[in-house]
Ligand binder design. Structure first.
Ligand code: ADE
Length: 226
C-alpha cells in the first residue's frame, strides 16, 4: 500500500512514521509513505500557500491552486483510490473505516492548517473527509498520523502475530478484554485463575465474556451499532 501525505509541517510526521509498527511496515516493504511539503507547489517565490478569508474573519485559508497542482502532480503516476481531507467536520474515524481503507492500494491524505482548505478543493478532489474526534487540533498532521497508524497496523504481515489485530478493541464492536502478565500475583493482586488453567476453550470464553461485560459497562453504544 502507498500513502501520500500533503502538509505544510512535514517535521510533525517524521517521528510517528519512522518508529515502531509503521517503521516495520515500511522496512518490510508493505507500506510506502511519502510526505510532501505543500510549499513545493506555492503560487509565488515567497512560497505562499495561504491567504485571507473572503467575508472576513480571523485566520488564513489554504489556497486552492497549490493544493490542486499538488494533487494533480501526485495523481500523475497513478490515480488515488481515495483523497482524504482530515478535518474536524469530517465523518468520525472508527475501526470499520480503518479496516476498509487498509484494503485500498494508494491514498492521499491532505492535512489542513490555519482555518482549513478552500471549499472548492473539497468539492473538486476530496473523496472522503475524516475527523479523529470531536475536538480541534492545531492542524491535520496529528490526525493524519493517527489515521495512517490505524491503517498501517492492519496490513497483512505488519504485526508479528498476524491474528492480533483481529482481537483489538472495536473489531466486532467489542472492547478488548483485560490482559495480565507475570508475576501471577503482584502486590497481593492475583491474575484470574482461569487464565492460568491452560484450557484454551475456557480462556477464550472468559475473554469473550469480559469483552462483552466491559463493552456494556463502558461503551454500550457499540452494542447497538451496526
Ligand atoms: N484537524 C484539526 N482537528 C482535527 C480533528 N479533530 N480531526 C481531524 N483533523 C483535524
Amino acid at each position: 500500500m502507498k500513502i501520500d501525505v500533503l502538509t505544510v509541517l512535514p517535521e510533525l510526521l517524521e517521528s510517528p512514521f519512522n518508529h515502531s509498527i509503521l517503521k516495520r511496515a515500511k522496512e518490510k516493504g508493505l507500506l510506502d509513505i511519502h510526505v510532501h511539503h505543500l510549499r513545493q507547489w506555492a503560487v509565488n517565490d515567497y512560497g505562499q500557500i495561504d491567504d485571507y478569508q473572503f467575508g472576513g474573519g480571523a485566520g488564513m485559508v489554504m489556497m486552492p491552486e497549490p493544493l490542486a497542482k499538488a494533487i494533480e502532480d501526485l495523481s500523475n503516476d497513478q490515480p488515488f483510490d481515495e483523497i482524504i481531507y482530515v478535518t474536524p467536520d469530517g465523518q468520525r474515524l472508527n475501526q470499520k473505516i480503518s479496516n476498509s481503507l487498509s484494503l485500498k492500494g494508494n491514498i492521499l491524505i491532505i492535512c489542513g492548517h490555519y482555518k482549513g482548505i478552500d471549499q472548492r478543493i473539497r468539492e473538486t478532489y476530496v473523496t472522503m473527509e475524516i475527523s479523529i474526534g470531536d475536538y480541534v487540533l492545531s492542524g491535520g498532521e496529528l490526525a493524519a498520523a493517527v489515521l495512517v497508524d490505524s491503517i498501517g497496523r492492519l496490513l497483512p504481515g505488519v504485526l508479528n502475530d498476524e491474528t492480533s489485530a483481529l482481537f483489538d478493541s472495536f473489531q466486532d464492536n467489542l472492547l478488548a478484554p483485560p490482559v495480565y502478565t507475570r508475576p501471577a500475583e503482584w502486590r497481593g493482586k492475583k491474575v484470574p485463575d482461569i487464565l492460568l488453567s491452560g484450557d484454551p476453550k475456557k480462556i477464550e470464553d472468559w475473554q469473550y465474556d469480559e469483552s462483552v461485560r466491559r463493552t456494556e459497562e463502558r461503551r454500550p453504544d457499540l452494542l447497538d451499532g451496526d
